[in-house]
Design a protein around this ligand. Structure first.
Ligand code: NAP
Length: 490
């Protein structure tokens, strides 16, 4: 990375969001020696998705040692896959250790960013008016709950809430609960609740393919060894089998006809056939679309949980919600005390509803009228010095988003270096570069497994996967060095 460690100019930076990516940006900017960095965070704590999701059973299906900043290895992970609260605590620890807290203004949702006279004018919900040379939009992807509009929802007698707005005042033990939705969240909820609730009804419009995964605990001896020798952590993080599998997975996703996707299909099919004993349940749980078309679920225990005597797989469409439970289209009424909507997120929002106005009054909502897009998932024409982490069309799938954000930061840092060195004041991709990227990306995206014929949050309004359609190695290569000829530099 060709990033000047000593800034030449006193640039001012505004980072939007103190989740995983915003904290990363703040740490990197501080390390680089910038003194004017402010992070605006809408909530009263850092953590992003790990602050907002607190549902029982929450964990991260990316191995914990791979879901860590490269510069902040963590010897203390309790399991191969970490639980949500542990991850939240990790981010809080890193934020503290790197002295980022004083840079964060909490309870300040950014409501507007307007580009005027080569600077960004930023306003927050708390009435702050600020200015910066550079904005880093690290506002996350999956943060606007999709509250499914199911007829009769308001007639339900018991508590109901979205999985990302968990109501911890509602007792769960010994109660009957319906979980609507069969994505990663719904599957983790079933595993997390089956030992506590009297009855768990998993309402699933489309059953999912499940990839088995082990989740062993790290022993105290292993953790002590990690503390003594961080190289041992790297050995887990960059474990050859894991890295090979990530590569295989990205190659599989990129090409729906690849031999790699056939391997994944065989593995999830084998898992279904071997794990689900009752042939009737097995048929109910058999998806009618290809593996990894929806985000693949990695679970050590879902099939075990759904086969417990107190678990019910309610596969099919919902007719309506009634005062006492969920009525399915086939007439069955599942009587429950609590309903949880594990119905996902509005994945096309990104920084919106923040009003973002770029050069010459261009409104981001207008620029994104067809679909959210960004050149190489990071920058947008007409929005100079506005850089996105985990923005539209970045890699999606079962990867470490931390890794992706770090690679994106390496790219952004080199663009900032252009401004810092005085080679330009403002930088944004050309319309031609953006159009070329989108044409190539959309053509390739249609051939990814996400485009093989199923519904999922990956698809944009026109049914095109909003994804990085090439391999992981291609992403690394794209992020290594910006092609400056693709940018307008003024
Ligand atoms: P999701 O994958 O979008 O799943 C939403 C579920 O709700 C689907 O099963 C969908 O059914 C169902 N649904 C939506 N509207 C419905 C309606 N009106 N009636 C009935 N069912 C409805 O959401 P998610 O499970 O919250 O996961 C979102 C993403 O968060 C994941 O893909 C992943 O990227 C991330 N995540 C990651 C982890 C992790 O461990 N790393 C854990 C949780 C979440 P259809 O499939 O039929 O549309």
């Amino acid at each position: 990375m060709t990033y000047s460690p000593r800034p030449q100019r006193d640039l001012r930076f505004i980072v939007i969001g103190a989740g995983m990516a915003g904290i990363l940006a703040a740490i990197r900017l501080k390390e680089a020696g910038y003194r004017q960095i402010v992070v605006y965070e809408k909530a009263d704590r850092i953590g992003g998705t790990w602050r907002e999701n607190t549902y029982p059973g929450l964990n991260c299906d990316v191995p914990a040692h791979a879901y860590t900043y490269s510069f902040a290895p963590h010897a203390e992970w309790s399991h191969y896959l970490a639980a949500g609260p542990e991850i939240q605590a990790y981010f809080e620890g890193v934020t503290k250790k790197h002295g980022i807290e004083p840079l964060i203004r909490f309870n300040q949702e950014v409501t507007a960013c307007v580009f005027e006279n080569d600077r960004w004018k930023v306003e927050t919900s708390g009435g702050i008016k600020d200015e910066a040379d550079v904005v880093i939009a690290a506002s996350g992807v999956l943060h606007h709950p999709n509250i499914a509009q199911i007829p009769g929802m308001d007639t339900f007698r018991g508590p109901s809430f979205h999985s990302a707005r968990w109501d911890h005042s509602v007792p769960l033990d010994g109660r009957r609960i319906a979980i609507i939705g069969s994505g990663s969240t719904g599957a983790q909820l079933v595993s997390g609740l089956v030992d506590r609730c009297e009855r768990v009804v998993h309402v699933q419009r489309s059953p999912q393919w499940i990839m088995p995964v082990e989740n062993p605990a790290f022993t105290e001896e292993q953790k002590a060894a990690f503390r003594r020798d961080p190289a041992l952590i790297d050995a887990v993080r960059y474990n050859e089998e894991y890295v090979t599998n990530v590569r295989l997975f990205t190659e599989a996703i990129a090409d729906m006809d690849s031999p790699q996707i056939k391997q994944i299909e065989a593995a999830v099919l084998d898992n279904l056939e071997r794990s689900v004993k009752d042939p009737v349940l097995r048929e109910k749980l058999r998806p009618d679309y290809r593996a990894a078309c929806k985000r693949l679920i990695f679970s050590p225990d879902y099939y075990d949980a759904i086969q417990r005597p107190n678990a019910v797989a309610a596969v099919g469409k919902i007719e309506r919600i009634e005062p006492t439970g969920v009525r399915m289209k086939d007439g069955t009424l599942h009587e429950v005390d609590i309903i949880v909507l594990a119905t996902g997120f509005q994945a096309d929002r990104f920084i919106r509803p923040t009003r973002v106005i770029g050069k010459n009054g261009v409104d981001l909502d207008h620029a994104w009228a067809l679909r959210p897009s960004a050149y190489l998932a990071v920058t947008i024409p007409d929005f100079p010095n506005f850089f996105m982490l985990n923005g539209p069309t970045g890699p999606v799938g079962n990867f470490s988003l931390i890794d992706i954000a770090e690679l994106q930061w390496g790219y952004i840092a080199q663009l900032i270096a252009e401004i810092d060195a005085g080679r330009c004041r403002i930088i944004s991709p050309t319309h031609a570069a953006m159009a070329d990227y989108e044409t190539r990306r959309i053509a390739a995206a249609k051939h990814t497994i996400f485009g093989s014929g199923c519904s999922s949050w990956y698809l944009d309004a026109e049914g095109v996967p909003a994804s990085w359609p090439w391999s992981y190695d291609a992403f690394i290569a794209a992020m290594a060095h910006p092609k400056l000829e693709a940018f307008d530099r003024v």
